[in-house]
Design a protein around this ligand. Structure first.
Ligand SMILES: [Mg+2]
Length: 346
């Protein structure tokens, strides 16, 4: 089998309801869709999502069409790691992290989709699954919501059957965080996991000060307390706090996780399928973390569910509120049965 063509489709439009975290307003729905065709008539597809910056989907599309496609066309699509190696070499001079890694991830996911479809099985079966359902929590506590709004969405998440909820912190003073966390805890009950996410907003001293309070409030983890690349800061913070530090959504490629995991700077590893390198790198990051006894919770859901099915250290898939196309069973997402990298989010 040979790759014959790569096509890209781009959309970018304002979001109907913009959401806010501690560092940014996410006000756009942008997508870059990639299709890889072969000489045997089988195709693979992937979709990369952008929540900010109008031009990003088109720039990614241009990167894939102009730089990546000429290298990949003619290759055997089942050589997924071989193609990754070629693209890493190709992008080394301009920087393999950042948008290049988004492109490598998009190609990787389309190749796994293609492989699954060529064999007529979902990708989680190819990866050697450990489970048939993935425990899930709902990320619903955005900062544009007032306390009443927070209470409403938290109740909705629990009614839909989620195990627990995540909320943003760091949008105001610590007193505001405390008020909001207590309100959500009151809605979800004493035993449901409640995670807090600062989206890289704090410096070391403030992260330590707030982390001690989140710990007292029985939060399940403290997500992105510091700028994502500050490995040393994460290591020092993890030494001081009992609450697990969760991070990883803004790191690119397996190598970016190595020192962080090995030095104990992360208590819950959270790669993003779009940034970290797709199925291949997320699987490798997850196995690296498993070797150090660190649990894995995806950033985002969708096609990531295939990786979560296979990893021994999976604890949660992240989700928004359900949109009607799937129901949770005992707080878990069932695995999709469609061939390739199918997901519940379309
Ligand atoms: Mg996050």
């Amino acid at each position: 089998m040979k790759i014959t063509d790569i096509t890209v489709e781009v959309t970018s439009e304002p979001k109907a309801h913009a959401v806010r975290d501690a560092i940014q307003l996410l006000d756009r729905n942008g997508h870059t869709r990639v299709r890889i065709d072969t000489d045997e008539g089988v195709s693979g597809e992937s979709t990369t999502y952008f929540g900010r910056v109008e031009s990003s989907p088109a720039i990614l599309g241009k990167l894939i069409e102009d730089q990546f496609a000429p290298v990949i066309v003619g290759e055997d699509p089942t050589l997924i790691r071989g193609i990754r190696q070629q693209l890493q070499t190709l992008t080394d001079y301009q920087g393999t992290a950042g948008l290049s890694s988004y492109g490598i991830s998009a190609i990787d996911q389309a190749l796994w989709d293609l492989l699954g479809k060529s064999l007529g099985v979902p990708v989680w079966k190819l990866l050697g699954a450990q489970r048939t359902a993935i425990p899930s929590y709902a990320m619903v506590g955005w900062l544009e919501l007032d306390v009443a709004g927070l209470e409403r969405v938290s109740a909705q998440a629990m009614e839909q059957g989620f195990r627990g909820v995540k909320m943003k912190v760091g949008g105001g003073p610590l007193t505001a965080d405390v008020q909001r966390i207590k309100a959500v805890r009151n809605v979800i009950g004493p035993d449901a996991p409640l995670m807090v996410d600062a989206n890289q907003a704090f410096g070391y001293a403030e992260a330590l000060r707030r982390g001690r309070v989140y710990e007292e409030l029985d939060c399940r983890w403290f997500e992105e307390p510091l700028p994502a690349g500050d490995t040393e800061g994460h290591v020092r913070l993890a030494e001081k706090l009992d609450i697990p530090i969760a991070t990883g959504e803004n790191r690119y490629g397996q190598a970016a996780f190595r020192d962080l995991i090995a030095r104990g700077g992360v208590g819950v590893v959270q790669p993003d399928l779009r940034r970290a390198g797709g199925v291949t790198d997320c699987l490798e990051i997850g196995l690296l973390a498993a070797g150090f006894g660190v649990p894995y919770a995806s950033h985002g859901g969708g096609a990531h569910i295939h990786v979560l099915a296979a990893l021994p250290n999976t604890i949660y898939v992240e989700s928004g509120l359900l949109n009607g196309n799937v129901e949770l069973v005992d707080g878990c997402y069932p695995l999709p049965e469609g061939p390739g990298l199918s997901s519940w989010n379309g």
